[in-house]
Design a protein around this ligand. Structure first.
Ligand SMILES: NC(=O)c1ccc[n+]([C@@H]2O[C@H](COP(=O)([O-])OP(=O)(O)OC[C@H]3O[C@@H](n4cnc5c(N)ncnc54)[C@H](O)[C@@H]3O)[C@@H](O)[C@H]2O)c1
Length: 269
């Protein structure tokens, strides 16, 4: 997700710095960006000068302190609250006083991240969708602590990078995932009950609802570890059984089958 978000910002004329813990992660992010842009050049959808302009707006670092001059910092690390809180504590120290600290979390409570900083009024969610370079929606998530100025700046940023922003309160799953994940979880239940094959469920939801992909292809795209974490958060928040992660999802994650990113999830790639 981080590479996609950096590319979208760079396209919008904003200088973006990608920070990862290792050079290998940075190389993989740049490979993803370069690959996508080059394919667009080959298809005639992007000219070379525009590609070079986008790439010139992106730099990389392993050093968190290099973000000290950023106006907005969007974290997009693993969907785990403790990890994110630890990062927000560090960002709060290195970021300039006026900077907004945002999270790309899919479901976690944004106020739980805001409260570990000394600037809770400058923390919000800026939630992109996968792939960030293609999907137009961004959810701007307002925790109870956020100031109107923070939400206005986040909204302005989202507009500047050409995305469609919607505002939503800091409730688990926000708009999209709160509605989407019961459906995805119930697709696994249906498969488990033997009602239809995985392929036929995917074909049915594409052909019958005009969805671009079926539930199993979508779970693999989102990542099964991320999906499990989203369902756990939704279940803990709302207590609704539709959110209780299906055991099949836990099994696949336990076996390291995390979806497209590990070349195997429900499908093998
Ligand atoms: N996958 C999706 O469809 C999707 C969509 C929207 C939002 N999100 C959210 O984006 C975030 C990232 O998801 P993803 O799908 O890119 O996950 P991912 O597993 O592909 O990537 C997470 C990255 O975070 C890195 N990481 C872990 N701890 C870190 C730390 N302390 N500092 C720096 N990097 C660290 C990992 O090495 C990994 O490269 C999550 O919060 C997720 O909920 C995901």
């Amino acid at each position: 997700m981080a590479a996609g978000i950096a590319e979208v910002a760079a396209r919008g004329g904003i200088r973006a710095i990608i920070r990862a813990r290792s050079e290998a992660s940075l190389a993989s992010a740049l490979k993803q960006i370069n690959g996508g842009l080059s394919r667009q050049v080959e298809k005639g959808k992007l000219d070379v000068a525009e590609r070079d302009r986008i790439l010139a707006n992106i730099s990389t670092t392993t050093d968190l302190r290099k973000l000290s001059d950023c106006d907005i910092i969007i974290e997009s690390v693993v969907e785990d609250l403790t990890t994110k809180q630890e990062l927000f504590r560090e960002l709060d120290v290195i970021a300039k006083p006026s900077a907004i600290l945002a999270t790309n979390t899919s479901t976690l409570s944004v106020v739980e991240m805001a409260k570990v900083t000394k600037r809770p009024d400058q923390v919000c969610g800026i939630h992109f969708f996968n792939p960030a370079t293609v999907l137009p929606l961004v959810e701007i998530v307002r925790p109870i602590t956020a100031s109107d100025d923070t939400i206005s700046l986040a909204t302005e940023f989202v507009r500047a990078i050409g995305k469609d922003g919607v505002q939503v309160l800091d409730r688990a799953g926000f708009i999209v995932n709160a509605l989407l994940f019961p459906y995805l979880n119930n697709a696994i239940r249906m498969l488990d009950a033997g009602t239809a094959s995985m392929e036929d469920i995917d074909t049915a939801m594409k052909g019958g609802c005009n969805f671009p992909m079926g539930p199993f292809a979508l779970l693999d795209l989102v990542g099964l570890d991320t999906s499990l974490s989203i369902l756990e958060t939704l279940h803990a928040s709302f207590g609704d059984d539709n959110f209780a992660p299906h055991p099949r999802l836990r099994e696949l994650v336990a076996h390291g089958r995390l979806g497209r990113k590990t070349k195997a999830g429900f499908y093998v790639y």
